[in-house]
Ligand binder design. Structure first.
Ligand code: HEC
Length: 410
């Protein structure tokens, strides 16, 4: 029953997380576009201190947007801040991390073939990894490195590559992917909370007091600007990671961490294309390059061809079972015995595995016909080691090979 209620929590927070994320990234895209699309205002506006001017039509109305070079003559009564989108996305994301990966750490977080953490250890390492990574980022952005855009970007890129690799050493493949996403998301929300908001508050304070912003406020504003740039380049990789969590071919690839690094470069470069475009510079190379790189990635990641299955896959190579010498019919039985022991505890209409209320991914594996229906996915999932999840059911290497050979021959 517990698993059933947990699934509801999962569904609720996932829904909430997606909506908050859409609002946040949507606003972020809009403001980046806005800022980069502003044009020189007419004389009468420039005299009021307006530095950028833009007209838009949307939803049956005209909008006139003005950006002030410094501050408005007088503080408006209502000022919109756009911060809760970021905070809510982060909070619901942390809730998802807990509900999916911490509540069922044995299945989702720990991979005993990497490090056999207990659940509590794994959760502690996960939190330390996440917040430790953020702390390092925060120290860098506040240091001298954070003041030079190029050095800052290169440093953060190298550190993200290391974090991606490290994540793969610590956690299950799927959890590794999501931890990199969680680090990006935490940095982005942290940029808002610890950098952008304080800078904006300082600026608004100055305007309220009628003071000219001093050098300390200018320094805060510069740091906030660099943090915004960082957030801008993180958006596309982040969204990719979040959705790719449903594609085992990505994260359970033998070089999953490298796959993720490639994807990070590809998606961030695509983001750069849009940034340039908003500035009126059309540089298709920044889109064609990632497209070619994507094709190369598709080719490089392709699964190894599977050797055609023999008629009776459970052959004399099997030393441990009595059915070793048997014919095709009992070959089916032998394979189904493996499936029932290693897979069906979860992949049943009524799973018996603790923490599972319904067949995961809607896949039920009870008969040879079921294997045939899900054949392609099973081969990839079992061959890559992704299934059985966290190898909770302790499948042996031999059984794994037999199952792959048998299923691919169906
Ligand atoms: C501990 C529970 C558990 C066990 C045991 C288990 N699975 Fe799964 N399986 C899952 C979960 C959870 C998912 C959904 C994962 C996701 O969404 O990425 C899944 C997904 C799958 C998928 C779909 C992957 C895709 O491409 O979307 C296949 C195929 C699969 N399992 C096959 C198997 C086979 C074959 C076995 C036995 C060798 C097995 N599973 C054992 C929990 C389990």
């Amino acid at each position: 029953m517990g698993a059933y209620y947990l699934d509801w929590l999962n569904l609720f927070f996932r829904w909430f997380h997606v909506i908050a994320g859409v609002a946040w990234i949507g606003a972020s895209f809009y403001f980046v576009w806005l800022d980069m699309s502003l044009q020189k205002p007419p004389e009468w506006k420039a005299k009021k201190g307006i530095s950028g001017d833009l007209w838009a039509v949307h939803g049956g109305g005209f909008y006139e947007i003005a950006k002030y070079k410094l501050e408005p003559e007088e503080m408006p009564k209502t000022l919109h801040w756009f911060k809760w989108e970021a905070y809510t996305t982060w909070l619901t994301g942390m809730a998802m991390l807990s509900i999916v990966y911490y509540a069922n750490a044995t299945a989702y977080l720990v991979d005993p073939t990497k490090i056999a953490f207990t659940n509590i250890q794994a959760i502690a390492v996960s939190l330390a990894f996440l917040f430790g990574s953020y702390l390092i980022y925060e120290l860098i952005v506040r240091s001298r490195i954070g003041k030079n855009k190029l050095v800052f970007s290169v440093t953060i890129f190298i550190l993200m590559v290391i974090a991606t690799w490290a994540s793969y050493q610590l956690f299950s493949d799927r959890a590794s992917f999501i931890h990199v996403g969680a680090i990006l998301g935490t940095i982005m929300a942290g940029n808002v909370f610890f950098g952008i908001m304080p800078a904006q508050r300082a600026l608004v304070d100055c305007v309220r007091k009628g003071e000219k912003p001093g050098p300390d406020v200018a320094a805060l504003a510069l740091m906030a600007r660099n943090r915004s740039v960082m957030n801008n380049y993180f958006t596309l990789p982040l969204i990719f990671i979040m959705i790719s969590n449903h594609y085992p071919m990505m994260y359970s690839h033998a070089q999953g961490w490298l796959v993720l690094v490639f994807v990070g470069v590809i998606t961030a470069t695509a983001r750069h294309f849009f940034n340039e475009k908003h500035l009126g510079r059309n540089k298709p190379g920044y889109l064609i390059g990632p497209a070619i790189a994507t094709l190369a990635l598709v080719f490089w990641m392709r699964p190894a061809p599977i050797v055609a299955a023999p008629a009776a896959p459970v052959t004399s190579a099997t030393t441990s079972t009595d059915s070793a010498m048997a014919g095709a019919a009992s070959g089916d039985e032998a394979i189904m015995a493996v499936v029932h022991e290693r897979c069906t505890t979860c992949h049943a209409a009524q799973p018996t595995q603790a923490g599972f209320a319904a067949p995961p991914a809607g896949i039920i594996l009870q008969t040879p016909a079921d294997l045939k229906i899900h054949k392609d996915k099973i081969v990839v999932a079992v061959q890559s080691g992704y299934m059985p999840l966290g190898n909770i059911t302790k499948i042996t290497d031999e059984e794994r090979q037999q199952l792959v050979a048998y299923t691919s021959g169906l």
